[in-house]
Write a protein that binds this ligand. Structure first.
Ligand SMILES: Nc1ncnc2c1ncn2[C@@H]1O[C@H](COP(=O)(O)OP(=O)(O)OP(=O)(O)O)[C@@H](O)[C@H]1O
Ligand SMILES: O=C(O)[C@@H](O)C(=O)CO
Length: 420
């Protein structure tokens, strides 16, 4: 493998796997696989880029650092010469971490400094200007992310926010320098003080230029957008051939599970509800044990062929109420376990096409399914590809980040998961 990625959640992993597999014209992307956790075996020899999906975004700092370093060791042992640390395009983190401590630990292990930190993903409306993060036309702290259940984002100045998390000062390469081109970016990064450097980016073109400027950087960090220009570096140098299998999928019973409480997911649920069977999951009843995974499986089985959706997703007020009543981590832990058990039972009952909304929720589901490496197929909506497991009974998956996807995402995803 040439390019290795350490992703701090599972939907984020498929987001960046999609970007790397797609690449940019005329070069295209790299042959990419997504691994669920740190693999215990070598990667298949034809794989050019490997994405290790961790669930390290909202865990203790020390655990996130330790898991990320283990992923780094495996990727280096597979021959990767460049490593990307992928975090959320909305910079999901607390004042303690985990972006800063993981970024600095990886940099130390690789002997890297002047490391790019750029969460921009213009295709999904995330841009960085003067070190401030925008979601479409709103600053991060007015975008809805201030209500996130686990990592409420109340400061749009990500240079300052990252500074709370790091031991060394955080630099900035402003838009003015980025627009001067490759050489100016390279020089600014080389001269930057400290380990991590926020780099402004407001378009895919700028990200492609930044990608070319950091071709020789051992460590890169950011959202999926920071990888836009990376495949071309390997293909241009004759190190990779590229290609993406755009026709993968499978047939069979389907299910949609949503644990994301984002505005985008709630809008998608509302549209889906209008013409499909949907089951709201009562969080109180999950906490008390009155609602079980079997209840969800029964509902899904009774509605096969009709795109059934079960969701816990609630409004910010609903989430606040549950967190005040039971504690934030208790609710998250219980719901993660509930979705994981539901998914296991669904697959055991024959489900082969599964759509999951929410990064934490997807992480819980996919870890429980123990699927091994996943092949990356066509893009469903920006940042969300078709994923296919290997083996006798392949499972096709769409793992949707909370804020991603068009309103009709759920039906579109089930159609794309179907083999052509
Ligand atoms: N009704 C609810 N009340 C309280 N917490 C909830 C409720 N429904 C889901 N949750 C919790 O909210 C969190 C949602 O996180 P998740 O990462 O799945 O979605 P997201 O944050 O929208 O997606 P992403 O991380 O991809 O942006 C999970 O920890 C889940 O357990
Ligand atoms: O970068 C993003 O926004 C997503 O890939 C993600 O990580 C959300 O969980």
């Amino acid at each position: 493998m040439l390019l290795g990625v350490i992703a701090d959640d599972f939907t984020g992993a498929s987001d960046i796997a999609n970007t790397i597999a797609k690449g940019l014209p005329p070069h295209g992307g790299l042959k990419t696989a997504q691994f669920l956790g740190v693999p215990s075996r070598p990667a298949p020899p034809e794989i050019e880029a490997g994405v290790v999906a961790l669930k390290s975004r909202s865990i203790r700092v020390a655990d996130a650092v330790q898991q990320s370093l283990a992923a780094l060791d495996w990727l280096l042992s597979q021959g990767c010469g460049q490593i990307v640390f992928k975090y959320c395009s909305t910079f999901d983190s607390t004042k303690e971490g985990n972006i800063g401590p993981v970024g600095e630990a990886l940099a130390k292990a690789l002997g890297a400094r002047g490391v790019v930190a750029c969460p921009a993903f213009p295709g999904a409306g995330r841009t960085v200007y003067m070190g401030h993060l925008f979601v479409h036309d709103r600053l991060l702290n007015e975008s809805g992310m201030q209500n996130h259940p686990l990592t409420p984002m109340n400061d749009p100045d990500i240079r300052r926010w990252l500074g709370y998390q790091t031991e060394t000062p955080v630099g900035l390469v402003p838009a003015r320098v980025v627009r001067q081109g490759e050489a100016a970016i390279r020089d600014a990064l080389a001269e930057a003080e400290g380990t991590m450097v926020i780099v402004d980016a407001t378009s895919d073109e700028e990200l492609a230029t930044i990608g070319a400027a950091i071709a020789d950087h051992k460590l890169v960090t950011g959202g999926s957008g920071i990888a836009i220009g990376l495949p071309a570096n390997f293909i241009r140098r004759g190190l990779a051939k590229g290609s993406r299998d755009s026709s993968i999928g499978t047939t069979g019973p389907e299910a949609i599970l949503a644990g994301s409480c984002s505005g985008a997911t709630r809008g998608q649920i509302d549209l889906h509800k209008a013409s499909h069977p949907t089951l709201p999951i009562d969080v109180d009843k999950v906490m008390s044990g009155e609602t079980t995974a079997d209840d969800i499986v029964k509902f899904i089985q009774a509605n096969h062929g009709k795109a059934p959706l079960a969701y816990s997703s609630g409004t910010p007020e609903d989430v606040r109420r549950m967190q005040e009543k039971y504690g934030r981590d208790e609710v998250a832990h219980k719901l993660d376990g509930f979705f994981a058990e539901t998914a296991q039972k669904l697959v055991a009952a024959g489900v082969t096409r599964l759509v999951v909304a929410g990064g934490e929720t997807s992480g819980a589901v996919v870890s429980a399914l123990d699927l091994g490496a996943l092949t990356i197929g066509q893009e469903i909506d920006p940042g969300v590809p078709v994923l296919l497991s290997h083996g006798d009974k392949p499972i096709a998956l769409a793992l949707k980040s909370g804020n991603f996807g068009a309103q009709d995402f759920f039906t579109k995803a089930l159609n794309r998961l179907t083999s052509q």
